[in-house]
Design a protein around this ligand. Structure first.
Ligand SMILES: [Ca+2]
Length: 285
């Protein structure tokens, strides 16, 4: 899958973010996630989603609790793995926001964070991640919030893996409204000098890109057990509720219909997850 540019305005449905649960149809060019809900591109294999480039998501986070997140989920849907969070709420209930790069450290989650000092919720911001070889840079409204230069993954075209774009919320006291998602491949987004290396697949590995998708499962089964295990493991390891994706191996629906029709009863699943959280304080099904 080529590392193509992307623009989702939410004027006509969810665009490439076809893996939706508990998400109302967009209105006035915006979509709002509340409660336990998610909207993601299908993580169907290492080539799914996007690679090196600039990711810009215009969004408003409401609430001071952890719960909302804009993230890039590993294309192979495996966790721990190369999850990158463009923004999350801090877990000290302060409403501070930060970005994170996760990686798989011998089967355990490991991560680095960059705090977005001075950034507050309740208003729209442009959350931006620039993913380039050896460097991840976070920006908010164009202002540099810091870079991470270790454990930066390679994208699929360079022998690594792409990531899929996702929006999530898992707290009844928070919500996130998104008005635009934009991705520009490295080389097309740089207005200036550096003749960035063309994102041509010079070193693209030959093997079929659909590894890690657990086979071609038919139907709409979502692996909630894996998701819950991921979340619990992450919480135990970090004290933080990171958001896993809600889907596993689906066909990569490139242009999903904007309707809410879906074989999975997301509402029922989400209700179960919420009920468990309210009863136990843990997110699982
Ligand atoms: Ca819009």
């Amino acid at each position: 899958m080529a590392n193509n540019p992307l623009s989702v305005s939410f004027d006509n449905g969810f665009g490439s973010l076809g893996n939706a649960w508990n998400v109302p149809a967009p209105r006035n060019g915006e979509v709002t996630l509340s409660g336990s809900s998610g909207l993601m591109e299908w993580a169907s294999g290492k080539s799914a989603g996007h690679g090196y480039g600039t990711y810009t998501v215009t969004a408003k986070i409401n609430g001071h609790e952890p719960g909302p997140a804009i993230l890039l989920w590993p294309g192979d849907d495996k966790w721990p793995g190369q999850e990158i969070d463009l923004v999350e709420n801090a877990h000290d209930h302060s409403g501070r926001q930060y970005g994170t790069v996760h990686w798989n450290d011998n089967g355990k989650d490991a991560f680095k964070t960059e705090m977005f000092e001075g950034v507050t919720g309740g208003v729209f911001h442009d959350y931006q991640l620039i993913w380039e070889p050896g460097k991840m840079t976070f920006k908010v409204d164009g202002k540099d919030m810091g870079s991470i230069t270790s454990h930066v993954p390679k994208d699929f075209a360079h022998g690594g893996m792409n990531n899929t774009i996702g929006i999530l919320n898992n707290n009844p006291d928070t919500s996130i409204t998104v008005s635009h998602i934009d991705f520009k491949p490295l080389g097309s987004s740089d207005p200036a000098p550096a003749p960035a290396p063309a994102p041509t697949p010079e070193a693209a590995p030959a093997p079929a890109p659909s590894t890690g998708s657990g086979g071609s499962s038919s139907g709409g089964a979502v692996d909630w057990y894996a998701i819950a295990a991921q979340m619990t493991a992450n919480f135990n390891a970090t004290g933080k509720w990171e958001m896993p994706s809600g889907g596993t191996s689906h066909s990569p629906a490139p242009a999903p219909a904007p309707s809410q029709d879906h074989p999975v009863d997301w509402h029922a699943l989400a209700a179960q997850v919420m009920a468990n959280y309210e009863a136990t304080g843990h997110w699982f099904m």
